[in-house]
Design a protein around this ligand. Structure first.
Ligand code: GZL
Length: 363
């Protein structure tokens, strides 16, 4: 009761976001719920009645994660009326479950989780539910429990489908008839790894492409480099496409291929595809090192704060909200892709040709 009473009296939701809406990567929530523009929840009034929020973050493995953490910390600032208890779970699922249990013990007002992996959650979410603490999930999904009140994130399978759709059109444009592909996956069991893998593989199967090998680089640069070094030894001369499931893995793969004397990118022997489209990733797209980069938008903080503000005001919230995510390419030879998305709808989506302005506006 204390949660709602204190908040209902003191909460004012300030509409904002438009002020920072210059970047193509600025999130514009869409999806099964109310899209609306994200705002920043601001608590005012009694002053000491801050909203306590426990946030169990995946870790600090990538540029994407750094942007995600910053987005949440800025949205849940003290100035906005929040007391954020932040835990970096360092890619350790046991530590993440422990962090959530500690939040329950502290009786925080709300719990936010970015789940390292998509299973193993129902028990602890039941404990949060029994304690009357609403749970909001961001970014990755929880697939073995629905005991959370809302989720804001990405459609990872569509990211993989879009990458496959682009590769199909790009190969046709370049007259490449045979595609022999190496994949460096993200953290095993994460919904991002599962979705991107399944989406891209669907296009590979439909088009008879050969995926020679697919191993996890754990979304890190070190992991991407290690896997690519192994690939260069095992499959030299056998591959002409490398798919990295995030930019940091792509940076590692670039270093490994350069060391092995393998050319990649727009003028190279190997097509390099990446996901996330962080600033450093788009810098490599602009340089022609990465051929295409499929954005995964990390800026869920304001949307998550809006959800808390609505809950505190006694409003209903949507179960899921999808971030909008552009697809970036190094060459302007293709301007759009058409594919059947994960919902079974045929969609045509633009391809953004990367210029310095696009890099400057990235997250
Ligand atoms: C995807 C996110 C992934 C990013 C990686 O939404 O969880 O984790 O693609 C990050 O960069 O490490």
């Amino acid at each position: 009761m204390k949660k709602f009473l204190a908040l209902a009296l003191s909460l004012v939701m300030a509409v904002s976001l438009a002020a920072c809406g210059t970047s193509p990567s600025t999130p514009a929530a869409s999806g099964s719920g109310s899209a609306g523009s994200a705002g920043s929840a601001a608590a005012s009034g009694s002053g000491d009645q801050l909203i306590t929020v426990g946030f169990a973050q995946v870790g600090h493995e990538s540029d994407w994660r750094t942007a995600s953490t910053k987005s949440v910390q800025e949205a849940f600032s003290k100035d906005n009326g929040f007391d954020l208890q932040f835990v970096d779970c360092d890619n350790d699922s046991a530590a993440q479950l422990e962090a959530v249990r500690n939040f329950i013990e502290q009786d925080v007002d709300y719990i936010v989780i970015d789940p390292i992996v998509s299973t193993g959650w129902d028990t602890v979410l039941t404990e949060a539910d029994d304690a009357g603490i609403p749970v909001i999930v961001i970014d990755r999904t929880i697939d073995d429990s629905d005991k959370y009140i809302s989720w804001v994130g990405s459609e990872f399978t569509n990211e993989g489908l879009a990458a496959g759709a682009w590769l199909k059109d790009y190969a046709a444009l370049k007259g490449i008839s045979e595609l022999n592909i190496l994949v460096i996956e993200g953290t095993t069991g994460s919904s991002a790894q599962i979705g991107r893998t399944n989406g891209f593989k669907k296009l590979a199967d439909e088009n008879g492409w050969k995926i020679i090998d697919s191993q996890s680089g754990d979304f890190t640069q070190e992991g991407g480099q290690k896997v690519m070094e192994s690939y260069c030894k095992s499959y030299a001369g056998q591959f002409n496409v490398v798919v990295c499931q995030n930019d940091n893995e792509a940076f590692g793969a670039e270093d490994a291929m350069s060391a092995a004397g393998i050319s990649y990118g727009v003028d190279g022997d190997v097509i390099l595809i990446s996901f996330d489209a962080c600033t450093a990733g788009l810098t490599d797209v602009l340089a022609g090192k990465i051929n295409a980069d499929f954005q995964c938008n990390p800026l869920q903080g304001p949307f998550c704060a809006d959800i808390v503000a609505k809950l505190a005001a006694g409003d209903t919230v949507n179960k899921e909200t999808y971030m909008e995510e552009p697809w970036y390419v190094a060459e302007d030879a293709l301007t759009e892709i058409t594919y059947t998305n994960n919902a079974g709808n045929e969609v045509t989506e633009p391809l953004v040709h990367v210029t310095q302005d696009v890099v400057d506006a990235a997250y």
